[in-house]
Write a new protein. Structure first.
Length: 251
């Protein structure tokens, strides 16, 4: 289905190869075909191929990435599935809401599924614009990875059939995930250089600032402006430190 072509499913650090095959099958039956893998424990695998059934072509095409940032390259919106979503201060969507939001984006989208044992870690969630929580019964909330993929894929399939969900056309689409990753790295470097954060609090500060910019969704021109500000700030901080060293030596 053409409207689902920009939707990328990313399996992050999958521990059981059979789940990769079952996820591929769940995707294909709903018209999705873009599967990406991040550091799977075992792949390729005969078990994955067997569980994929007639969706083994998705496995053959699936890129294997060393990092999540590589898997998200080019994406303008990222959603992560997590059973801890309600405990994290990020936009929280149910699968149907997430599907509508994904199909309204002006560029490629990624849906990230974490490791079976522990789900998405904090660093992975930091890369998401929103988190998706699948509603379950109160007594048992654990879903198999392939089951979660099937539910999200089904909602995307339904949303793609609904012509009221159209991509937002914009002359200035949001900056891609890889450009944001570079910006966040530069931001953290600059904050340390100007001694803005208190030792021991860096991680929390950086996480909160990431969420501010993820909500703002700057476009490329805005990100260029912000990067310019950081470069000038970092340059000023280095000159200050150099002057401090000269002053100390002079004493």
């Amino acid at each position: 289905m053409e409207r689902l072509a920009p939707i990328r499913f990313v399996l992050d650090h999958t521990s059981h190869p059979g789940n990769i095959g079952a996820a591929a099958r769940a995707m294909k039956v709903m018209g999705l075909s873009d599967l990406h893998l991040v550091a799977p424990s075992v792949f390729p695998s005969a078990e994955a191929t067997a569980r994929a059934s007639s969706a083994d072509d998705l496995l053959h095409r699936a890129p294997v990435h060393a990092t999540l940032d590589e898997a998200l390259a080019g994406c303008v919106w990222v959603a992560g599935t997590s059973h801890r979503a309600e405990q994290v201060d990020q936009p929280l969507l149910e699968p149907r809401e997430a599907a509508a939001e994904a199909l309204s984006q002006p560029g490629p989208v990624a849906v990230v599924f974490g490791c079976e044992r522990s789900g998405m870690d904090n660093e992975a969630m930091d890369r998401c614009h929103a988190l998706v929580r699948i509603p379950t019964g109160p007594d048992y909330t654990s879903l198999n990875l392939a089951q979660a993929v099937q539910i999200v894929a089904y909602e995307l399939h339904l949303a793609a059939r609904d012509n009221s969900t159209e991509p937002v056309r914009s002359a200035r689409p949001p900056a891609s995930a890889e450009r944001l990753a570079v910006f966040f790295q530069r931001l953290e470097t600059t904050l340390r250089a100007i001694r803005f954060s208190t030792p021991g609090q860096d991680e929390m500060l950086h996480r909160r600032l990431r969420r501010v910019f993820m909500r703002a969704r700057p476009d490329d021109d805005e990100l260029n402006m912000l990067n310019g500000m950081l470069s000038r700030t970092l340059s000023t901080a280095k000159r200050r430190d150099a002057n401090d060293v000269e002053t100390d030596n002079g004493q």
